[in-house]
Design a protein around this ligand. Structure first.
Ligand code: C2E
Ligand code: CA
Ligand code: CA
Length: 528
């Protein structure tokens, strides 16, 4: 359940982590592309409008100079001057002189033909009259721009107004400040001349990104079609998307690593401690003389949210290694008092054996917690046996301090799994102990007549000589029980007497045993 939630959480987190960097890079590519395109268009439009103004000023300057000439119009000298002006002025195609609708002469010589007046489109502030789209005799195939001042005029090729270097993908149009088209490089941009009254600006409209720049009486519009804009975007995305992909990959990697950490056994155990997922089962400890239950060993189990139980061998080593055993011991103490506290108060001869790990023993940290729990449950210290294996006593000095302190308070100290380690005897000598628990491996060998059988009897003799109470663990057969009873072992624990049980079952079985016992007592005749 938890695992599923973690995996789904990671997938849900992973999706935006993949999408966001890619989308972000897509957005950055678009913005960069737009900014760079705008920059290009602005530069082009500014250069083009200033060139257009320059072209016009040059032509207008030439026109005014001829109009201001002291030579009489249409004299050979004046025609020469007109011709010279046409040759020397790049933008001027021809110069003409018109008097009373008669084209009297031009830079090509005397003419003397009727000339219909041109429609004037606008007049500049210094009096130059401008006509667009003029059909002239000089260049009949091409509409020209005519500038008139006094009786003189000059014709200018409108293409001169586009005299800039133009890259293939750009569209350029030059018009008047009133929005009339003068010349266009590639169709497209002229459409935006209608926006001329809204000042210099840039926008993405009608399938084009365009920029409009004014200069004098002229306006230049540079534009880029959406298709060309997209080409640029594609180029930028090719550069930026791999970076987005890299970021996404890194984020996904981080999520995978974090998920794996969260799904690790240690993370699961941490969660279990936080959610208090531990329950305690109780295995009866019996008197081998009469089979009476004298106590129980508290054995922890990890109960998963789905109800399944995990045996301690699976998680205790990890808990010990990680230090999580300390809060687990605390939870065991709480459970013992909650489960068996009332029974221990009712029957003061009963005890509960609690298992301690090396960290518990060396730190002694559990003692204040145990004291408080006992006080609250009204349980006596002598009813609690504290068990630790040899590994639990490995830090011998601090272990001795804890054992001394615990015994001074009234608890009983037991060495568990005796005989399985290298230094069991050393611990017996160095620690003040009350109980010795013979490991199951020795009990197993009893009825097999193995060499360890004699070791078992030596352990028993040694424990007796040290005046220790003896518990034999893992008794499964009557023969084992008989042997141990015969050797004077006081207590036994094992499947022969009862498996570890949940608290309710333990209390139920104990209650049944007690009522059978009291019935037997009632039936026995009183001895006078
Ligand atoms: P242990 O302290 O030696 O506990 C006895 C183990 O032997 C228990 O296993 C018990 O179920 C099992 N056992 C008892 N009688 C028999 C029998 O007749 N036959 C067989 N085959 N097995 C029997 P369990 O409950 O799996 O506990 C395993 C170990 O986990 C314990 O060994 C103890 O070292 C550790 N442990 C259990 N509870 C705690 C705890 O609360 N704290 C700490 N630190 N360790 C614990
Ligand atoms: Ca034990
Ligand atoms: Ca044991």
């Amino acid at each position: 359940m938890n695992k599923k939630r973690i995996v789904w959480g990671s997938i849900l987190l992973g999706l935006p982590c993949v999408l966001l960097p890619v989308l972000l890079m897509g957005y950055v590519a678009w913005m960069l592309n737009l900014a760079s395109a705008q920059q290009r268009l602005e530069t082009l439009a500014a250069v083009a409008s200033s060139r257009a103004n320059g072209t016009f000023q040059e032509a207008a300057g030439a026109l005014k100079s001829i109009a201001g000439s002291h030579l009489a119009p249409c004299t050979p000298a004046s025609i020469d001057e007109m011709r010279l002006l046409t040759i020397n002025t790049f933008s001027v195609k021809s110069v003409g002189y018109v008097e009373e609708e008669v084209y009297a002469c031009g830079s090509w010589g005397p003419v003397g033909q009727h000339a219909a007046p041109w429609r004037e489109d606008f007049t500049t502030s210094d009096g130059v009259r401008v006509s667009l789209g003029v059909q002239s005799r000089i260049v009949p195939a091409k509409p020209m721009m005519a500038l008139q001042y006094a009786a003189f005029n000059v014709l200018v090729d409108p293409e001169q107004f586009l005299h800039v270097m133009l890259e293939d993908d750009l569209h350029l149009a030059v018009g008047t400040a009133a929005g009339q088209l003068v010349s266009v490089s590639r169709p497209g941009a002229e459409h935006f001349l209608s926006r001329v009254h809204s000042g210099s600006h840039s926008a993405l409209e009608d399938g084009y990104l365009y920029t409009l720049v004014h200069s004098g009486d002229w306006v230049a519009i540079a534009a880029l079609s959406r298709h060309e804009l997209m080409q640029g975007l594609l180029r930028r995305e090719m550069l930026l998307l791999p970076i987005g992909g890299l970021f996404a990959g890194m984020l996904v990697l981080m999520i995978v690593r974090r998920t794996r950490q969260r799904l690790s056994p240690l993370a699961e155990l941490k969660l279990a401690v936080r959610n208090r997922e531990f329950v305690v089962h109780y295995q009866p400890i019996v008197s081998l003389d009469d089979g009476a239950w004298v106590g129980a060993e508290a054995l922890v189990r990890w109960q998963h949210p789905d109800g399944s139980l995990v045996r301690p061998d699976t998680f205790i080593p990890l808990a010990e290694h990680s230090g999580l055993i300390l809060p687990i011991t605390d939870q065991v103490i709480d459970s013992v008092m909650r489960d068996l506290g009332p029974l221990l108060v009712k029957d003061r001869s009963l005890h509960v054996a609690i298992n301690l790990a090396a960290k518990d023993v060396s730190s002694g940290r559990f003692l204040p917690k145990l004291e408080a729990a006992l006080r609250q449950a009204n349980v006596q210290q002598k009813q609690i046996w504290l068990e630790a294996t040899e590994r639990g006593f490995v830090e011998i000095d601090s272990a001795r301090t804890t054992v001394n302190h615990a015994r001074a308070l009234g608890y009983l100290a037991a060495i568990d799994d005796f005989g399985t380690g290298f230094s069991s005897l050393q611990h017996l000598q160095q620690l003040p102990l009350d109980v010795l628990k013979i490991d199951k491996s020795f009990v197993d060998n009893i009825d097999q007549d193995a060499a360890t059988g004699s070791v078992t009897s030596h352990i028993i003799e040694m424990a007796k000589s040290l005046r220790l109470q003896i518990v034999a663990e893992g008794i499964e057969t009557e023969a084992q029980a008989d042997y141990l009873r015969g050797r004077g072992v006081h207590f036994g624990q094992g499947w022969l007497f009862g498996k570890p049980m949940a608290a309710e079952e333990f209390l139920r079985v104990h209650g049944e045993r007690m009522s059978v016992l009291s019935e037997q007592n009632a039936q026995e005749p009183a001895v006078c």
